[in-house]
Design a protein around this ligand. Structure first.
Ligand SMILES: *Cc1c(COP(=O)(O)O)cnc(C)c1O
Length: 360
């Protein structure tokens, strides 16, 4: 039986990508060796990194004055790396607090400067995105989380930056490559790969060139964007296998028709699922309508029913619908329907929701 993995991350990958990944573990390119053992100094791997960057740039239409970096340490390392590189000692950065990931970014920023929370939906359980916020003119940048993986909210329209240099920094870990958007609004964008673009182990960072070399402080070499730009993401041993898998995912995205097409498919999948949540009396969505994420869809049993969550989870597992348990801070269920989740998986989930309702 085919299993559909609704996990929030590490998340499902397209079948052809998994196929290519498994073949490469035996033999990579013309090297005759496994991708797991080839040197990052070999021509094949250098070419692979260039190819992945070129595809990524072209899919997202990234202007020439932005660099693409393939780093390690996850999105969590970027919580510190961003302020280390662009926030002066005692400098101010504005934050919109939309979930646990943004809270973590705020905590790290406060170790180096001053994070000002200019909007927060914490009091309301992070069920919406605060939109009327007043930015500080003397702040260095505005930090947002484009999609909140745990709470299932997503920016439909990005704010305009109104700070010193008009810079927005975005954590796009769970929705990058799900839709087209204008890069030039941003100073830095970062994303751990394991949600929407590949396996854990690589984090993509897009950084505008005028944010490099600010020389704000002495910092560990590995934390310095400039070093990674100069060394083309190969200052130390890079995660070659992870980048290989990302490159395969990018090829798959190109075949689908790029980000316009991907966005259309994502909208169609999410709309179906939200319609079912709305029309099925058993379930409700805790998230405010206009901010509902196309990527992570949390839902809970309506109060009228006294059913254990585990009953529905077991019901789904028998049909091959896996990892639907909600995050511990929300409860209930969460269907992560990233790019790689086929429409058939969403259809099967909807059918399971209907059949489960019939049986009670
Ligand atoms: C998963 C996630 C993170 C953390 O990513 P790591 O790569 O595990 O450090 C940060 N931000 C968002 C929005 C996420 O979904």
């Amino acid at each position: 039986m085919k299993k559909y993995n609704f996990s929030a991350g590490p998340a499902c990958l397209p079948d052809p990508v998994l196929e290519a990944a498994s073949l490469s573990a035996r033999q990579f390119s013309i090297t005759g060796m496994s991708i797991l053992e080839v040197s990052h100094r070999s021509k094949e791997v250098v070419d692979l990194f260039k190819e992945a960057s070129d595809r990524f740039r072209s899919l997202l239409d990234i202007p020439k004055n932005y660099h693409i970096l393939w780093l390690q340490g996850g999105a969590s390392t970027q919580f510190s790396m961003v302020p280390l590189n662009i926030l002066p000692d005692n400098g101010i950065a504005d934050f919109i607090e939309t979930g646990s990931w943004s809270t973590k970014a705020i905590d790290e920023c406060n170790k180096l400067g001053c994070a000002k929370i200019i909007g927060s939906s914490k009091e309301k359980g992070f069920t919406f995105i605060p939109k009327t916020v007043i930015q500080n003119e003397d702040s260095e940048y505005l930090h947002i989380t484009s999609n909140n993986t745990i709470y299932g909210t997503q920016y439909k329209k990005f704010p305009e930056a109104k700070n010193k240099n008009n810079i927005i920094v975005a954590d796009m870990s769970s929705d990058i490559l799900s839709r087209p958007f204008e890069i030039s609004k941003f100073g830095i964008i970062y994303a751990g790969a394991q949600k929407n673009i590949g396996p854990a182990g690589v984090t993509v960072v897009i950084v505008k060139d005028d944010l490099l070399n600010l020389n704000l402080r002495d910092m560990p070499t590995m934390m310095n964007y400039q070093v990674h730009v100069e060394k083309e993401s190969m200052f130390n041993t890079p995660p070659v296998f992870s980048v290989f898998v990302v490159n395969e995912t990018l090829k798959w995205l190109e075949k689908i028709g790029g980000l316009e097409m991907m966005n259309k498919i994502n909208k169609s999948k999410a709309e179906k699922l939200y319609n079912e949540i709305e029309s099925n009396p058993l379930f409700i969505s805790p998230v405010m309508n206009e901010d509902r994420s196309l990527m992570n869809v949390p839902f809970v049993f309506s109060d009228e029913y006294e059913i254990k969550d585990s009953d529905f989870l077991e019901f789904c597992a028998k049909r091959g619908l896996m990892t639907l348990k909600g995050h511990r801070s929300v409860g209930g269920f969460r269907a992560s329907i990233y790019n790689a989740m086929p429409e058939s998986g969403v259809d099967m989930l909807i059918e399971a929701m209907r059949d489960f309702k019939k049986n009670i």
